[in-house]
Design a protein around this ligand. Structure first.
Ligand SMILES: N[C@@H](CCC[C@H](N)C(=O)O)C(=O)O
Length: 283
């Protein structure tokens, strides 16, 4: 069977999207995803979004997200923003406020100008300070490492061998947290700037990705909680250089985070192509 595949990115994080509202494919996505992510003439995608349903009268869209290794059930911040904009281009919504249901969880979102989408997150599920790093669970699991412990300049930050570091240390973090599917974030903050530079080695991709939305949210939480940054609007610069903005909703005493919003671009990168589910390749 031939299926149409769309090629998208959110802040540089690359996704393939398939509209399965007609339910042509059932239950094989965990196998198909690794082949769908290996694209002709485009860099590998870093995840798959499957459109399940759109209710344009209620402004609701439903998608599932899969990692390239076939795993699912985790939150993907950039994928979620792509899903919302994809739904808005697929059907005409009467409102710019759209409810997204991703892997069964509901999120409020808003379509903004310049291809940007804002997505509201519920409060993080867990936050732990361990040694000199932080673990945050925002629907996916993140370790935040303050890069100032490892490097001295922004040049060093970009030169740092994150893959080697992940290969050598991932199991150590996994064992300390007791969770296997963790993402490693290397975050660099320069004192006189309000930006955080961020590189992420993603679970399920097992490589560095161009950007990571939940990594950005988790980093903002960790750095604000540790008083490294005091602003509640935080600009995150991923290696794609397509910035993400995290808004932290803070209580009056300025002690607790009540909720978070992730904002960034979401765009179609290339025309749709056809994928053959028999040969498991793009034609
Ligand atoms: N790219 C994502 C994170 C996707 C989930 C991650 N690969 C995991 O398995 O935890 C994002 O933008 O949040």
């Amino acid at each position: 069977m031939l299926i149409e595949v769309e090629h998208w990115s959110g802040a540089g994080n690359r996704f393939v999207i398939v509209d399965n509202r007609k339910k042509e494919i059932n239950n094989q996505w965990n196998i198909l995803v690794s082949y769908l992510c290996k694209r002709n003439n485009l860099p590998n995608a870093e995840g798959l979004l499957v459109l399940l349903e759109i209710d344009k009268n209620k402004s609701i869209c439903i998608y599932d997200f899969y990692n390239p290794d076939g795993s699912t059930g985790v939150m993907c911040g950039n994928g979620a923003r792509c899903a919302v904009r994809h739904a808005a281009l697929t059907e005409n919504f009467s409102s710019n406020q759209i409810e997204l249901i991703l892997n069964g969880c509901s999120y409020k979102s808003k379509l903004l100008d310049n291809d940007r989408v804002a997505l509201e997150f519920p409060l993080y599920k867990e936050l732990r300070f361990i040694d000199d790093w932080t673990y945050v669970n925002v629907g996916s699991h993140h370790v935040i490492i303050d890069a100032r412990y490892l490097i001295k300049s922004i040049d060093d930050f970009y030169q740092f061998d994150l893959i080697k570091f992940a290969n050598e240390n991932l199991n150590l973090y996994r064992n300390k947290i007791g969770i296997n599917n963790i993402n490693l974030n290397l975050a660099y903050f320069i004192n006189d700037q309000s930006n955080i530079y961020l590189r992420t080695y993603e679970n399920g991709v097992f490589h560095e990705t161009q950007a990571c939305g939940t990594g950005a949210i988790s980093t903002a939480i960790a750095f604000w909680k540790k008083n490294i940054i005091n602003n509640n609007i935080i600009q995150i610069i991923p290696i794609s250089q397509r910035f993400l903005t995290v808004h932290l909703d803070i209580d009056q005493k300025k002690e607790n985070i009540l909720g978070m919003t992730l904002e960034g671009d979401a765009q179609q990168d290339a025309p749709s192509t056809l994928f053959d589910t028999t040969s498991m390749a793009y034609i």
